[in-house]
Design a protein around this ligand. Structure first.
Ligand code: SF4
Length: 436
């Protein structure tokens, strides 16, 4: 029988710690209910906290680890932590540059994915600390599984069983099940998802995208295909079963993949309503459900007033359409393999500004590339359209995605982003990629 301390069974209040053979468990913690850009690693949503040795594991209600914090002396930085998403992809979030990161991204950390871009010139994954932390989670989960059968307190035993099922193999099983539910990969999320700390329920409305941009790392290779409504509903039901009690921590929805709006506004409205009916985001712990999707410029320009009104009437607190413009310069676009007629960028910008000036939850964000290898003309035009005299745009933002920045070019990239930000009528941010 393991030694359980911290108060007798049934006498502990929610949040009181139980100590069991080297695991300290603080069940049912209640973190932030919104996602303010806080400068400290505050837990968000409902979770359990498990401590073992130098590690603190933040665990979802399904027993899967969400974050790992550590006090190890060789941890990359105090306040830095690991995050694991539904697709079992780990990100190290670095708070190192603090105010500067906030100016660049609107958040207080920079994400570093394993084998990702290294334009900061630093790789926190190069040392053993992060890899060992993931192994430490695996060991903690194995210990939880071993202890569960001999713990007499039912709630604690159930928690240990759920944790025990989510070691590395369990996290991978969950990710495989997610892939089976969606039947398509999720190569990238819109940058606006940072507004909910990437806690989104991903549902595929359309596979692939109609463009074949040569520079794109996120092309799926699949031809564009809209999924029928029954398929969307089946995915939502699959997600509900997959997440179980953890569903309460997901208020927001991402309609994928890379150009859901090309399915048409009516399809987006229909899909969002079906997903909402099944997943009930308004019953989530977080207060402000949001809807996110990508759009190609052509799909965005096809929206008439009735379509914009229908999208804006969806029952979400924010409906974020992210349009990938990439460049305002037709020659650069042609070089990148993105087919757009010459006036399209200016037209998208005008219409996006009009949407963002109108009241309501609908907002449009724009993506542009910034790349040391792109022609000067691209950067000159980008500067011209963003700094043209005009009123500030109250909603939406421009996101600058780094293309081919060599390792260690952070200072130059930072200068490019901040100098545009300082003069633009739009809020301007860097687009750091975080996985699902
Ligand atoms: S439209 Fe977007 S996702 Fe599709 S290929 Fe072009 S950049 Fe990539």
């Amino acid at each position: 029988m393991p030694d359980v301390t911290g108060g007798p069974a049934g006498a502990r209040r929610p949040g009181d710690a139980a100590r069991i053979s080297g695991l300290e468990i603080r069940p049912d913690r209640r973190g932030l209910r919104d996602f303010p850009p806080v400068s400290y690693p505050a837990p968000d949503g409902r979770c359990h906290e498990i401590r073992r040795g130098d590690y603190t594991f933040e665990v979802g209600l399904d027993g899967a680890v969400r974050r790992i914090h550590s006090r190890r002396p060789d941890w990359p930085e105090p306040g830095g932590y690991l995050r694991c998403g539904l697709a079992h992809r780990w990100v190290y979030r670095s708070p190192a540059l603090y105010g500067e990161t906030f100016a660049l991204t609107g958040r207080h950390y920079l994400p570093h994915v394993l084998a990702g871009d290294r334009w900061t010139g630093w790789d926190p994954w190069a040392g053993p600390a992060l890899h060992e932390a993931i192994r430490a989670w695996d060991e903690a989960a194995a210990l939880a599984a071993e202890l569960a059968p001999s713990v007499s307190e039912p709630a604690l035993a159930a928690l240990l069983r759920r944790v025990g099922a989510h070691g590395r193999a369990g996290l991978e099983r969950r990710a495989r099940r997610l892939r089976r539910i969606l039947r398509a990969p999720l190569p990238v999320l819109p940058p606006e998802c940072a507004r909910v700390d990437y806690a989104v329920l991903p549902v595929i409305l359309a596979e692939g995208c109609p463009s074949e941009c040569r520079f794109c790392r996120f092309r799926t290779g699949a031809a564009f295909r809209r999924r029928p409504l029954e398929d969307v509903r089946a995915q939502a039901e699959g997600l509900r079963d997959l997440l179980g009690p953890e569903l309460v921590n997901f208020a927001s929805v991402f309609l994928g993949q890379n150009d859901a709006l090309a399915a048409g506004a009516a399809a987006v409205v229909e899909a969002a309503e079906a997903v909402r009916e099944v997943l009930r985001p308004r019953e989530a712990y977080h207060r402000r459900p949001r809807l996110f999707l990508f759009a190609d410029p052509a799909a965005f320009l096809q929206l008439d007033d009735a379509a914009l009104e229908a999208l804006g009437a969806l029952p979400f607190e924010g409906i974020h359409v992210n349009v990938g413009l990439e460049s305002p310069d037709p020659e650069t676009l042609a070089r990148l393999g993105k087919a757009l007629y010459p006036e399209a960028a200016a037209e998208v910008l005008r219409r996006a500004e009009a949407v963002n000036r109108a009241p309501g939850p609908l907002e449009v964000g724009l993506n542009f590339l910034v790349g040391s290898g792109l022609p000067d003309r691209h950067h000159r035009r980008l500067e011209a359209i963003l700094t043209a005299p005009g009123r500030p745009v109250p909603k939406g933002a421009v996101y600058l995605a780094p293309l081919d920045w060599p390792p260690g070019s952070f200072r130059e990239l930072r200068r490019t982003v901040l100098s545009l930000k300082a003069r633009s009528a739009w809020p301007v941010f860097l687009y750091p990629v975080e996985p699902v």
